[in-house]
Design a binder for this molecule. Structure first.
Ligand code: PRX
Length: 674
């Protein structure tokens, strides 16, 4: 049973403790930025009245509203007649007697109208630019899909994709979609162990990878990591490893299992008849962190997911056919799925895909790319914005950013100061900023301003999209009072929501539809939020033990499990600590086997453990600080005092009741930063 009460209290305490400066400024935040007239003149949806009318339309006939959009934006092989099947909640189905193919919707349907339009402008880490038209992309996807079929891969199989951020990653995903194969992309920064766990959970029959990836001038092994992952246990389900040659480095080779991408596709046809799948056919699974040690395999549908991606491209990104869209997310995250691989292609956009990092080989790289490719719509994470703010306003001023017309933010709360900088320095007070709240589980934007309609307030993701019944409720499921924190929920099933957790329907139900809230009928997002007098949503942070480090989700339990797996460690607890640029960083409290180390030993062991966590999970999970003590602070009943640890991590005065602590000296020990 989920302790909602504890969660909520924890969240609010954590929030006021953690992001004090941000929250205070959010509470004081009363600036409003209506969309500029010039923007409104050309916007797809203009004015609050139009927004309200759409919301009311959804209110009057919820299923009809979504059905209309599904007919308008998706090309169906077999039209649906049923809309929402809610007979077996929370396992909802949408459009479930319809048939379609996602890759056909992203590629083939543009061939008659805009085959020569550039689909992707790819820029490599080193600055090489490759343009790929819709026709070329279609051919590449078809050849690769035929290659997969030649390896015996069939509809319903699962494939793990572990690729650099290049056109081939999109080709691999689209090729899977073309033949009804369920892909599971693993972010290239994750460790061999993470790759192994995902292969096992998905029961993958193949892995698609590259020799290496390059980012920020550095090379990172991918194929060698896949080899390591496949050697970790029984991975006999994997019969093929397909390797894209990127850097050309020497790699170990198992001839019976490994296939070069170029050989596999060399003699394949440019045409590949798509497999028409049911609307509910799983398009992909994507693993994300939750409040237990085991990542969750979020499973998305085909039609409903695609609809969310397209509608949000249209509404939130105000898509116009001449746009140059650039989402900086890696395809290893949901943002890269919805706003690189699927949304922009399904709507027929030209998009930039960038392999590198914001500051390599120089600190103006992002702005240079915007200038060079005349980017109109730029979508990135607050952590990137904050790190670029640090470099000063004169840097972006050196570039011509006049092509920009819309800016977006995703992944974590954007503090009002960062929002203002983004708006004034990058958007030159001309471009609306869309702060988009959503999750791996929701598939596409849920709460975000429709830029030609909704005035923005810095730090608020504003109002729910039409057809999204978002609310803030208390632990009984009743609406929270205005200004008061509560659980962020979505009260009705929506097309792009996850369908289940791969192999774990019970965890799906318990995590997202806990019976305690409104009888299990609401989707519980896992965030706390409050609404202001205008009904605007302000996201306050997670209510579970999930951290948000540089916009990436990490479970505290995951990191704790990794730490205790090290032979030197007896016990470990992990909390987040606010960080100016990265949002949050990880602080680990560790009890070693044996006695407390002296300062020099402590520094060495801390470094060993940081490396260990990197190799167990990935570099993004590397603890910033590791502190050692003789035992962890627990209540009399043995419950870990996480709030106390959070206060210690932040160097705050301890106000909690510590009378139950058996060994108060640990407070002193855990105050030492290594
Ligand atoms: O806590 C919220 C935060 O990121 C979580 C979802 O993480 P993930 O599934 O990795 O997806 C990230 C990309 C969509 C949410 O539960 N979050 C995401 N967007 C925002 C946000 N917090 C505040 N404002 C946002 N715009």
């Amino acid at each position: 049973m989920i302790q909602l009460n504890t969660f909520l209290t924890g969240a609010l305490v954590c929030q006021t403790g953690s992001n004090m400066a941000t929250i205070e400024s959010i509470l004081r935040e009363n600036r409003i930025f209506p969309p500029a007239n010039e923007f409104v003149r050309h916007a797809n949806i203009t004015g609050m009245k139009t927004y309200e009318a759409l919301r009311q339309e959804a209110e009057r006939d919820y299923a009809g509203f979504w059905a209309k959009l599904a007919k308008q934006y998706i090309t169906w092989h077999k039209p649906f007649t049923r809309i929402l099947d809610d007979t077996n909640p929370p396992f909802y189905k949408w459009f479930d007697d319809g048939e379609l193919n996602i890759s056909w919707n992203c590629l083939d349907r543009h061939l008659t109208t805009q085959a020569n339009k550039t689909a992707i402008i790819f820029e490599s880490d080193e600055g090489e630019v490759i343009r790929c038209s819709y026709r070329e992309l279609h051919q590449r996807v078809c050849r690769f899909a035929n290659g997969l079929k030649a390896l015996g891969i069939r509809q319903g199989d699962r494939i793990v994709i572990y690729m650099p951020m290049r056109i081939e990653a999109v080709v691999a995903m689209q090729a899977c979609a073309r033949i009804g194969v369920i892909h599971s992309v693993v972010f290239g920064g994750f460790s061999a162990k993470s790759v192994y766990e995902r292969i096992i959970d998905a029961g993958a029959s193949a892995v698609i990878t590259a020799d290496e990836q390059t980012r920020g001038g550095k090379r990172h092994a991918l194929k060698a990591t896949v080899d390591e992952a496949l050697a970790m246990g029984d991975t006999t389900s994997v019969h093929s490893v397909i390797v894209f040659r990127h850097t050309g480095t020497d790699i170990p080779w198992q001839p019976e299992r490994d296939r070069w991408w170029h050989n596999l596709t060399a003699s394949q046809s440019d045409e590949c008849e798509p497999i028409w799948v049911n609307a509910e056919h799983p398009l992909f699974t994507l693993y994300t962190s939750g409040s237990t040690g085991k990542p969750k395999g979020v499973q998305h549908s085909s039609a409903g997911y695609l609809l969310g991606a397209i509608v949000s491209m249209q509404w939130v990104f105000d898509y116009h056919s001449e746009d140059i869209f650039w989402c900086t997310a890696d395809v290893g995250w949901v943002t890269g799925h919805s706003y690189v691989t699927y949304g922009p292609l399904a709507i027929g956009a030209t998009q930039v895909i960038f392999e590198g990092t914001p500051t390599y080989p120089h600190a103006g790289r992002f702005w240079e790319i915007i200038q060079k490719h005349r980017v109109t719509t730029f979508y990135t994470a607050p952590t990137a914005i904050r790190s670029l703010i640090k470099l000063g306003p004169d840097l972006p001023e050196k570039y011509d950013l006049s092509s920009l017309r819309l800016l977006g933010s995703v992944g974590e709360p954007i503090n009002p100061e960062a929002w203002m900088w983004y708006y004034t320095v990058i958007g030159q007070s001309r471009c609306p900023v869309v702060d988009t709240w959503w999750q791996t589980e929701t598939g596409s934007h849920m709460i975000a301003p429709i830029p030609g309609a909704i005035p923005a307030k810095p730090g608020s993701c504003t109002l729910p999209l039409p057809g999204i019944d978002a609310a803030v409720v208390d632990e009984t499921g009743l609406p929270a009072e205005q200004g008061k924190g509560g659980f962020l929920v979505i009260k009705r099933p929506f097309p792009s929501m996850l369908r289940t957790l791969w192999n774990d329907p019970e965890r799906f139900r318990n995590t997202y539809f806990p019976a305690d809230i409104a009888g299990g009928h609401y989707y519980l997002a896992g965030d706390s939020a409050h609404r202001d007098q205008d009904g605007y949503f302000w996201i306050m942070g997670r209510i579970d033990d999930v951290l948000n480090v540089s916009g990436h989700r990490l479970g505290t339990m995951e990191i704790e499990s990794a730490l205790v797996a090290h032979p030197l460690v007896a016990e470990a607890a992990v909390v987040g600590k606010p960080h100016e640029i990265r949002g949050e960083v990880i602080v680990a409290f560790v009890v070693l086997r044996g006695k407390l180390p002296d300062d020099q030993q402590a520094a060495e062991i801390a470094e060993t453990l940081r490396e260990w966590v990197s190799s167990e999970i990935g570099a993004i999970a590397r603890p910033e600080e590791i502190r050692f003590g003789e035992n962890l602070p627990k209540t009399r009943s043995g419950k870990l005092m996480r709030r106390l640890l959070r206060s210690l991590a932040r160097g705050e005065t301890i106000t909690q009741d510590i009378s139950t602590l058996e060994n108060p000296v640990i407070l002193e020990q855990f105050s030492q930063t290594i």
